[in-house]
Structures are given as structure tokens and as C-alpha cells.
Design a protein around this ligand. Sequence first.
Ligand SMILES: [Zn+2]
Length: 348
Amino acid sequence: MTTDKLSPNWTCPIILGGNVEGALATISQIHRSLLENSPDFAYKNVHVEQLDCFIKMLEETANVREREAVTSKIRLVLVYKRGEPVRLLSTFLHLKQLILAQLLNQSRLEIAEGHMLVPFICFRSIIEHCAHFHDATQTLNQLNQSCKELEFEMFTEQLNTLVKKTLLATRFDWDGLDGLDHEQLAVKLANGSIYKAKADQKFIDLNARSILTLIERLNKSVPLARGAYELLCEFAHPNVGALFAVTTDIYTSIDQEGITWETKQIGSGEMKVFDDLSTVFSNIFVQMSEILMRFEKDSEQFIEQRNVVQSIMQNRIRIELKNPQLIVNGYAECPCASGAKIKFCCGR
Ligand SMILES: [Zn+2]
């Protein structure tokens, strides 16, 4: 499996509340988190429009000195935001590697015991993750290719949408579940209000896409991926596959009346594959190896595409760091997510 040198830790600026005091407190937190590269910093979307609005409010309220210092911080946050897609793309790659490693490791242990139910459920999940990663790689590739035709801000917007949709897609209203007690949660679960409201036009639509759409796309590169996925669904769903997976023995006997009995035994021992199904089962393993090899290829392409994004952003960050209104600590980590200090990277 391809690994990446970048740290799997990730940070993201966070803006809470709609008032200036709240914004000030949070901006200093953002700044600190950016400098310390804290891995456990909470995630929220930052909307550039929101920051512009804070800048306007500050210009009206604070005295000249405070105003300049705070505006500089806000500008700095905006510069750091340029590196956000690169940080998130790296996180996405590490996320997929971690998930696949856990699923494969658990499958390996269960296969060694002769059990197939858990491995097949894991395999199904692996196909979903590989399909998702494949889709993200291809979409990123297409976007990078269209980069020259797009205005820079338009490119950035599309990139941010792509990255956040890929990493943060959900059907649930997680913000609405935050801090509920058991009773409040029970009410929400009962009335179905745990789901997100229809996407607000102003914000990015983070609704998760249908997994079959993604698997169809993977199927274009690994032609039997969808077939393998459908077969594996038989084991994950309460269908007959579950019965196959716990069948440990099959034998025939003829009773006194001459009637042939086929006895299938279920148990927690080694799974016995029906002879006539052996092709189906071995095919699943063949497809899994094809899909995992595709993941490796996709990882390489993904890293290339992430590097393309990084160099596009670095070009802009270099210009933005030259802004005389910006107070920059040259020894802070560079906004481009290279891991180097500003002084030795984009602020050179
Ligand atoms: Zn840099």
C-alpha cells in the first residue's frame, strides 16, 4: 500500500458565533491551532463571506490599532484557507488507507479462522471505499485539467466544494445532535428530525451520494466490481448468503427407505463452501485483488493531483504573503500545507 509522507493529523479553521467578540475569540483560537497544528481541533466550515462581514464590522467598531491587528489576523486566516484543500486531500488519503488497513486486517484474522461472514461484509465496505476514492481521484483530475480555463476564485470554490463533499458528506444533521440529552435525542430519533434539512443554496450541499453511482464509475475501470459488490450484499443483508457463510458441513446419507438426505450443518467452525459455489467465491477474491490494485494506482494519481493543487495554491499564497497589511511570523507553518516554515517556503 502506498503511504504518504504528510502527517495524518489535520486542522481546519473554525468560526463560531455571529458577533465580533465571538469572532475575535475564535480567530485567536484559529491562529493558535494553525500554528500548533493541533490534530484534535474541531471542524467547521469557514465561509469567506462571513470573514468579509467580520472585517467590515471591525472597521466600524475597533480603534485603529486593534483594528489593524485583527484585520491582519483575519487576512492571515484567509491565506491559511488557501492550503485547506491540500490539508483535507491529505486527510482523505490517510483516512482511506486507515480504513482499508483495518478492514483488511480484520478480514485476514477471520479468514485464518475459516470464517467468511465478517470478511465478506468487510470486502463490501472495502469496495465502497475504493469506489469513493476512485470517484474523488477522477473528479479531482478533471477539475485540475479545467484549471486554466477557470478564474482562480471559481477554481478554488469548485475545489472546496469537491473536497468537502468528498470528505464530509452526510445525511445527518450532526450539529443538531450536538449536546443533546437522551430524552431530546429520543424525540429526534422518533420524529426523524436527525436528518439534514434541504441544502441551503448559500452553503455547500454535503448530501452523500448514492453508493451505486460511485460503484458504477469504479466498474468502468474494474469491470466486475459491481457484480462482486452485489454478491457481497447477499452476505451483509439478511439474505441467504448469511446461511451460506455459517454452513460448516454438508453430507449425504440414504435412510432405510432409500431416500437420500442432504444434511447441511451450521455452526461457528470453518465455513464449508458448496462445490457448485466455489467459482462464485473464488471470483470474489479475484475481484477484491483487482479493486485493491486499482486503489494503489488511484493513490498514486491522487497524490499527483494533490500536488498540482498545492502548487496552484502556492503561487497565490506567495503573492498574498507579500501584502504589507499582513503581520506574519516567518517561523509559523506555511499556509500551503508543505509542512515547512513560512520563511523557507512561500514567504521566501
Ligand atoms: Zn509554502
